[in-house]
Design a binder for this molecule. Sequence first.
Ligand code: ADP
Ligand code: F6P
Length: 323
Amino acid sequence: MKRIAVLTSGGDAPGMNAAIRAAVRTGVSLGLEMLGVRHGYTGLIAGDFVPLGPREVGGIIERGGTMLGSSRCPAFLTEEGQVAAVRQLSRGDVGGLVVIGGNGSQSGAHALSQRGVCVTGVASTIDNDLVGSDVTLGATTALDIALEAIDRLRVTASAHGRVFLVEVMGRRCGYLALMAGIAGGAEAIVIPEAEQSPEAVAMAIREAYRRGKSHAIVIVAEGARHDADALSYYFTQHAERLGFELRVTKLGHVQRGGAPCAFDRLSATLLGAAAVEHLNADRHGVLLGITGGRVTASALADVIHAVKPLDAHLMELAQVLSR
Ligand code: ADP
Ligand code: F6P
């Protein structure tokens, strides 16, 4: 294998750049020629390759986003799209591919692997919904950003004795909401893994006031059935009976835009390097992640259909701590 390409796909995550940098510099040190693919699978289908050397990936370890660009690429879900991608790789004489991305992107990596491409994945998404890594790249930075916002919101919530609903990202996964809720001292946490009725959430807030609290923060996962909009609608409809004043903040894409924290930079560096080392050693069809503090490789076939469970103990702890 002489030439390896790297792409970033799906939702960008802080740490992707650090992973690109580590992959490129590791590849060069192994005597390989390194290429970047612009805009994920969209660029792969179009053959949009760019040569990358050590200097091209300088000054990016501290930057969020991805220097290569990313995309959601519906065309890659089709047979024609995947065949075109394989053709571009062979036309460019690319012997191996590193896919840095989340669950969907790794499903794409597996599809390529099934078509004979030597591919390794790097677990990277703020949602932390990917099996094969305890915490995916970007999730810890996104959590820090959410916490900073929650701390600020608590200041004004406390000044006015208000309830704040804070909606965090995560797709169908409640990881960010649960962790932000615990670390931010939330009075209630609403996640898809443990759905609650709006009335149950309202009662939790009423109870918090009854116990002497002067304000409340409710962290809501965007993927919960009763998301911030649904809860806000319900609370507004029952405002008189419930008797609290409400404000809603959706953190949205702000959570994706931060500079990667130390953990994400270091993890990304280890995983980017390992992804290339695996390809160079002819070990492919695997997702590189960090499990129990060590770099691990899991078969893509095993991780892409698996659902990552939330820690039940943490869910119980969150309730205890909200007292
Ligand atoms: P993420 O990787 O962050 O989970 P997406 O789910 O949007 O983001 O996936 C990113 C891209 O990966 C999709 O736009 C598509 O091109 C590709 N992809 C997703 N699911 C599959 C699949 N089952 N098979 C092949 N490619 C997929
Ligand atoms: O997967 C990362 C993520 O930020 C999710 O948390 C969120 O639901 C989604 O991407 C948003 O996607 P987009 O940036 O395409 O709007």
